[in-house]
Each structure stands twice: as structure tokens, then as C-alpha cells.
Design a binder for this molecule. Structure first.
Ligand SMILES: Nc1ncnc2c1ncn2[C@@H]1O[C@H](COP(=O)(O)OP(=O)(O)O)[C@@H](O)[C@H]1O
Ligand SMILES: N[C@@H](CC(=O)OP(=O)(O)O)C(=O)O
Length: 447
């Protein structure tokens, strides 16, 4: 059995949706598809999810009724134009309109309203696509995550999948029918709609693939696979034929947004392979994500912005038993997650995503100063992290040298270097302003 997920670019308009359905219907093995909300049709277009977020801000900002109505209409017009062009005989627009108005009227808590509105993009799209396929004579069911058994934690905007979902989904979905499921959200045990982080429809597809023990998880997008660097920075980059789960997790974590980094977790323990394919060129082989491969050198160079570093210095830190534990418990108490902890004998840096500091920075630094009696503390922001990734790095000699030489040749100030014990990636901390230059320089050094 194959589970396929189609991203926003694959369902942005009628022409794209028809390509999706021809892929869906071409193979009986392809039983469940997960769809995103309509994405951008042209570069300056707004993703439907972003229109829904704008609607939320108007509602909570007590904008006048006309502005809210206009935004609801803008959302509905995207679906209406899809319906008209298909054409769908029985309009779903009155139903969608009622649902949006009901949510706005009845949802009092802001975080809940945001999640509920954000979910409507994928939800309406799935319902519409299933209805059209049925109209075309292929009996197709639409399954809301509530009915599919996709249960998640209750953290608005950042849901985690609950383990019990896997059996619930297996038990809920009829084994012989074609099914369309909206991506990006699940249902908490208190019955609330909770969304994943942005790009999270990839995760929905992965969860369904694992629950149904799929032979393959196909992830359809607008590029013919994963490239060794972001194609928006490097023109015509090298296409990766095969990449491991571990390599992909590192690459998507640091900016390869073509596949959500959390989507690897449900798949790797069951060794369900993933193929990244192009909806516009389904005949292209794409990129296969697998558990192991014959690896040589570096497979990809990724870079992501928006990091901060808290640099701490204390003489004799290396002799102080329990220092790091106390430091980490401060982060834990403030519910802050970190990314890397490069350290020296008398200093340690905590690298985290800048958004983790929002509203907590003063408290965090104050607690570190007072609890740990340190000598110096400084915070650096606007950092980028560049990663070179490859299972082959374990055995290759001189890999780091190529990157550091590239930084030197291009006058890029290197703020820190870190290599995890798995030796499949190396992280370089640089200033955000150097990010594009650095990717070009390092990519050219390896490819
Ligand atoms: N290394 C990479 N390989 C392929 N695509 C990448 C890479 N890094 C970034 N991208 C971008 O990811 C995009 C696909 O992801 P996304 O926009 O989320 O698609 P979808 O709407 O299908 O989910 C590509 O169009 C490309 O611009
Ligand atoms: N629509 C959501 C979820 C998603 O996965 O979208 P896409 O498949 O277009 O990346 C978002 O924009 O974040």
C-alpha cells in the first residue's frame, strides 16, 4: 500500500488538483492521500493558511465586521474558484462559510481559535477533493482527523502525535476505500483541533503511513526530489538520489523545508521508505529516503536563520560537578528547548531558536547568573546555522577542512563549530547576514 501526501503547491488550483487526482487514481495501491491547503499559485500569491492567520488577527484585533467579512470572502473565493473550474456540481461553499462563522462565534480562547481557523485550509480542501473524485465515479471518502483517530497533545500550534493514534487510525479507516485526509492537524484528548508546526502536513502523511504499515510514503511537491542545497540559493543544484533518515532529519532541521524534520520520526522505526516526488513530473525518479545507504562524503549543505546563542563563562567550570545539569534544569523550568551546546573547559554556549527566548530572555539570563554564580554571560542574536551532512563523513578525512577553507576564502566569520557523536553532520555558527554567501561557498567546495 502507498500513502501519498500532496503539498500546498500541488493543490493550489484546479490544474494542480487534477494532476493530483490522476496520480491518486492511477494506482489502486495508492489508497490514502493527505492534502495540504491551497498554496501559492504564483510567487506573490498568499498561501491559504496565511489568509486564515490574517483572518484570526482581524477577529482578535476586533476589526470592523466588514473587514472580517471581506477576509472570509477572500478565503471562500479560493475554494469557489476551484469548485467552479472543476466543476463541482453541488457547492460546498455555504457549508464552509457556516463552519468559519461558527468557529469565530463560538471559540473564545485565542490560541484555540487560531488553530481551528488554520486547520480549515486543509480540511475544506480534503472535503472538496474527495467530493469531486466521487462525482467522477471513484467512490472516495473524506476523513476528518477526529474520525480517523489522529490524536495529538494539547499544545496549540505545536502538536505532538500520541502513540495510541497508530492503532486508532488502523481501526478507523476502511481497508478497501479511497480516502482523502486533511494534513496539518489532529485532535487532542479534550476534543480540540490542534495544528502541527508550519509545513506539518508532511507529518500527517507519515503518521498515516506508519499506522497503515505502508510499503512506501510518497511525498509530492513542486520539485523533482531533494537537492544538495536549497534551489532558491543554488541554481540547478545536484539532485540527491538516496538519503538516510538520519541525514534527512539533520538537513530538514536546518532549512531543507521540502520535508518537515518531525516527519521522519514515525517512519524510521518501521523502516517505511519515503520518496519525494514532483506532482508536475511524476515520471521523474525523485529522492528516496531510506534507513541505510552506501555513503560517500557530504550529501547536502543546509542553512537556517533565527538562532541565538547564550554564552556563559566561569573559571574552573570543568571541575564543578553538576554545572550543566543545573543549567539545563533552568531551561527545563522555563520550558525552553535548545539545539546545541558547544563547550570548552571554562565556557559553554546554549544555541537555541530565537523564538524560544520571547518573553523569557530576562528571566533566563537572570536565573543563570544567580543560580550558577558565573563570571560572564552574553547573548548573541541573528545567528544562522550552516550544516554539512553525510553518513560518509564518518570515514572521510579532511571533510571539515574544505568547509573552513571556504569560509576563510569568502571572509566569513565563523562563530562556532560543533560535531555530534554520530559524526554525520557538522554545524557552523555564522552571522545571518553571511548565510547566502556561506551556502554558495560551502556548496561549491563539495559539489
Ligand atoms: N534542498 C532542497 N531540495 C529541494 N527543495 C528545497 C530544498 N530546500 C528548500 N526547498 C524548497 O522546498 C520547496 C518545496 O517545499 P514546500 O514549499 O513546503 O512544498 P509543498 O507546498 O509541496 O509542501 C521547493 O519548491 C524548494 O523551493
Ligand atoms: N498549510 C500548512 C501545512 C503544510 O504542510 O503546508 P505545505 O504542504 O504547503 O508545506 C502550512 O502552510 O504550513
Amino acid at each position: 500500500m502507498k500513502i501519498a501526501k500532496f503539498g500546498g503547491s500541488s493543490v493550489a488550483d484546479v490544474a494542480q488538483i487534477k494532476k493530483v487526482l490522476s496520480i491518486f487514481n492511477a494506482d489502486d495501491e495508492r489508497r490514502v492521500i493527505v492534502v495540504s491547503a491551497p498554496g501559492r499559485r504564483y510567487p506573490d500569491d498568499t498561501k491559504l493558511t496565511d489568509l486564515l492567520i490574517e483572518l484570526y488577527h482581524l477577529v482578535i484585533g476586533h476589526a470592523d465586521t466588514q473587514q472580517i467579512t471581506d477576509k472570509i470572502n477572500t478565503v471562500l473565493e479560493r475554494f469557489q474558484s476551484i469548485e467552479q473550474d472543476l466543476p463541482l456540481k453541488q457547492s460546498l461553499i455555504p457549508h464552509f462559510k457556516g463552519k468559519l462563522e461558527h468557529l469565530i462565534k463560538e471559540t473564545t480562547e485565542h490560541a484555540r481559535l487560531l488553530d481551528a481557523l488554520k486547520s480549515c485550509g486543509e480540511d475544506f480542501n480534503a472535503e472538496l477533493i474527495a467530493a469531486y473524485n466521487t462525482q467522477q465515479g471513484i467512490d472516495t471518502l473524506y476523513y476528518h482527523p477526529r474520525d480517523a483517530g489522529l490524536f495529538v497533545t494539547d499544545e496549540p500550534g505545536n502538536a505532538r502525535v500520541l502513540e495510541e493514534s497508530y492503532t486508532a487510525i488502523k481501526d478507523s479507516l476502511p481497508p478497501t476505500k479511497k480516502i482523502v485526509i486533511p494534513g496539518f492537524f489532529g485532535i487532542s484528548k479534550t476534543g480540540h483541533i490542534v495544528t502541527f508546526s508550519r509545513g506539518g502536513s508532511d507529518l500527517t502523511g507519515a503518521v498515516i503511513a506508519r499506522a497503515l504499515d505502508a510499503g512506501i510514503y510518497e511525498n509530492y511537491t513542486d520539485v523533482s526530489g531533494i537537492f544538495s542545497a536549497n534551489p532558491n540559493i543554488i541554481p540547478n543544484p545536484n539532485r540527491i538520489e538516496e538519503v538516510t533518515y538520519d541525514e534527512m532529519r539533520e538537513l530538514s532541521y536546518a532549512g531543507f523545508n521540502v520535508f518537515h524534520d518531525e516527519a521522519i520520526a514515525p517512519l524510521y522505526s518501521k523502516e517505511i521508505p519515503v520518496v519525494i516526488k514532483n506532482t508536475n513530473r511524476p515520471e521523474d525518479p525523485g529522492t528516496l529516503i531510506v534507513s541505510s545507504r552506501q555513503a560517500e562524503g557530504v550529501v547536502g549543505v543546509s542553512c537556517d536563520k533565527g538562532f541565538a546563542s547564550i554564552n556563559i563563562k566561569k573559571y574552573m567550570m570543568n571541575r564543578e560537578i553538576g554545572f550543566t545539569r543545573k543549567l539545563l534544569s533552568i531551561l527545563e523550568d522555563l520550558n525552553i528547548s535548545y539545539e546545541h551546546i558547544p563547550s570548552g573547559i571554562d565556557n559553554v554556549s546554549i544555541i537555541l531558536r530565537e523564538h524560544q527566548l520571547h518573553g523569557k530572555e530576562a528571566l533566563l539570563t537572570e536565573q543563570i547568573r544567580t543560580t550558577l554564580n558565573i563570571d560572564q554571560l552574553s547573548t548573541e542574536k541573528n545567528l544562522a546555522i550552516l550544516m554539512i551532512v553525510g553518513e560518509g563523513m564518518k570515514t572521510a578525512v579532511g571533510t571539515a577542512n574544505k568547509a573552513t577553507q571556504a569560509f576563510m576564502d569568502h571572509q566569513i566569520n565563523l562563530k562556532m563549530i560543533n560535531q555530534g557523536s554520530s559524526e554525520i553532520s557538522m554545524m557552523f555558527g555564522i552571522e545571518e547576514k553571511d548565510a547566502v554567501k556561506a551556502v554558495k561557498a560551502v556548496y561549491n567546495a563539495y559539489f
